[in-house]
Write a protein that binds this ligand. Structure first.
Ligand code: DX5
Ligand code: ZN
Length: 227
């Protein structure tokens, strides 16, 4: 998979909104519609108030596709569980600064890098950009959550999160850094351009991608919204 520049806009279907009774078909449907990266939301029922899936599902998806697997860990102790996600075939692992660690955020990012894959930091809507500053030169991706993590189908929190996204872009550009800016939650054809204007290039789309019956139509609508 060739590397993607932080200037390239990409639509990332989020598996959370797919039909899990036929998960392999859903993954292939996303790929056939033109998706290059797939977003996988891991939730532990402790860091967030919901439980989704773990490394086993990431491994199953890995068997079905060669898309880049963008794994978003909404869990405490991501360092403890890390090796299982590496082994499952993740291509990027994003961890939350607000989570509890046995070691530290920094040690966890270093370990992900050593494993030869990409790493990201995620920020809850209440967490200021400053919390990511110590890691800004270690990451491939900064995920600015645009809803409270835990559930799909929530409204886009524009005024709470767009100033932070703009600050993250300004910091990156002022320091010659390269991280992608990803938005996750409430992204539709009418909200994605707002996030793009504030600096996002990776757009996670759950309901807006897997909701409509026609995946290719959903993909082309979302892609034109951020072109
Ligand atoms: C929310 C998840 C999202 C979710 C987005 O906690 O991190 O990735 O799938 O879903 P939509 O696009 O429906 O808001
Ligand atoms: Zn996510």
């Amino acid at each position: 998979m060739p590397p993607v520049s932080h200037e390239t806009p990409l639509i990332l279907p989020s598996l959370l909104a797919a039909d899990w009774s036929r998960v392999g078909d859903e993954v292939r449907r996303a790929e056939a519609a033109g998706a290059r990266w797939l977003h996988l939301d891991v939730m532990d029922g402790a860091f967030v108030d919901n439980i989704s899936f773990g490394p086993q599902m990431v491994g199953v998806v890995r068997q079905c596709t060669s898309m880049f697997l963008d794994v978003h860990l909404m869990i405490h102790r991501p360092d403890h569980y890390l090796e299982r996600f590496l082994k499952a075939g993740a291509d990027n692992i994003t961890i939350h600064v607000e989570a509890r660690y046995d070691t530290s955020v920094e040690a966890t990012l270093r370990r992900i890098r050593e494993a030869g894959i990409q790493c990201g930091i995620a920020l809850h809507p209440d967490t200021p950009f400053d919390a990511a500053l110590p890691y800004a030169d270690m990451i491939d991706l900064l995920l600015v959550m645009t809803v409270v993590p835990g559930f799909g189908g929530q409204p886009f929190m524009e005024k709470e999160t767009m100033p932070k996204l703009a600050a993250a872009r300004a910091h990156r550009d002022a320091h010659g850094l390269k991280y992608h800016l990803e938005v996750d939650g409430g992204i539709y054809a009418h909200t994605a351009p707002i996030a793009k204007k504030h600096g996002a290039n990776l757009f996670v789309c759950g309901t807006s991608f897997f909701g409509p019956a026609e995946a290719s139509a959903a993909m082309s609508e979302l892609t034109s919204a951020v072109a």
